[in-house]
Design a protein around this ligand. Structure first.
Ligand SMILES: [Zn+2]
Length: 147
């Protein structure tokens, strides 16, 4: 027998769903080579890896420099300042969140979120600064807000 019940329409499906509420930030998945990055984020510091051979910074953090394959890299504090390269708002209402690529002043690009601002009032090229947001049971996550 086929199920004769009426398929849920989007309207009554939404009525049955619990309210979405503010978006929870998922706990970041970490790798051993990025552990210092997350420990620093919990302490409110943004770290970048810099190569001691070609002197270029990179992100995300790796043991081997992606520019010259050197294994001589070290952690350095980043300014936490940058500009919006691109952004896009997902979801609706208070569950909405804004994904963004941020070009840090050090020259690397981070994928993160824009927070504590109305995404309708931000624009590409705008100056931003890092803020650290607690995740759901994990490390604080670096995100960005207008500077
Ligand atoms: Zn290098």
């Amino acid at each position: 027998m086929t199920n004769m019940s009426t398929p849920a329409t989007p309207a009554n499906a939404a009525a049955k769903a619990p309210p979405a509420g503010p978006r929870k930030i998922p706990a970041p998945r970490t790798l051993p080579e990025s552990q210092p990055f997350w420990d620093a984020a919990d302490a409110g510091r943004l770290l970048l890896k810099v190569c001691l051979d070609c002197h270029a910074p990179h992100y995300y953090p790796r043991d081997i420099c992606p520019h010259c394959q050197s294994d001589r890299t070290e952690w350095r504090d980043a300014s936490g300042l940058g500009t919006i390269y691109s952004f896009s708002t997902m979801g609706k209402g208070e569950a909405a969140w804004t994904l963004a690529y941020i070009r840090l002043d050090e020259g690397v690009t981070m994928m993160s979120n824009l927070v504590d601002c109305d995404p309708r009032e931000v624009e590409i090229g705008q100056r931003v600064k890092v803020v650290f947001k607690p995740s759901d049971g994990g490390y604080a996550v670096p995100m960005f807000t207008p500077a």
